[in-house]
Design a protein around this ligand. Structure first.
Ligand SMILES: [Zn+2]
Ligand SMILES: [Zn+2]
Length: 142
């Protein structure tokens, strides 16, 4: 809780925008900032429900929520850090650090792999579905 004296009166300010908030407020944020913070927290919460035990590094990569924001929730006690055993996990394609047990590849490589698979699929279906026609040349030769 951030407390500051202004003209001898104790005032509380929003942790984010530094706007003055009611001394009775149960939160460290003004209502607007609390809503924003809550929306980010909900995103992390939803991600963790889908991928339990995700590391902050993974959350940052997947949700684009900066690590220091995630860390803030830890400091506020809304998230708990537990030691993880995925420290040596690397992307199987480019070798970058993953720190995640949920993925074999980093987001960049996953995107590339997806595109490659889609491309491979179109290549495959072209061959399988295409109707075969004799070329004019073959008819003439007969
Ligand atoms: Zn605020
Ligand atoms: Zn990669």
């Amino acid at each position: 809780m951030r407390k500051k004296y202004s003209n001898g009166i104790l005032v509380r300010t929003c942790k984010k925008c530094k706007k003055q908030i009611s001394d009775q407020s149960i939160r460290d944020y003004c209502p607007e900032c609390f809503e924003k913070v809550q929306a980010i927290f909900d995103k992390i919460d939803a991600y963790l429900k889908e991928y339990p035990g995700a590391t902050a590094f993974e959350i940052e990569q997947e949700t684009k929520i900066p690590y220091h924001v995630i860390n803030n929730f830890v400091r506020e006690g809304r998230l708990i850090e537990i030691p993880n055993e995925y420290l040596n996990m690397e992307c199987k394609r480019c070798g970058c650090l993953l720190l995640s047990a949920h993925y074999e590849y980093c987001p960049v490589c996953r995107e590339k792999i997806k595109k490659e698979l889609e491309w491979a699929k179109t290549q495959l279906t072209t061959h399988v579905d295409a109707k075969m026609h004799m070329t004019q040349r073959n008819k003439n030769e007969r």
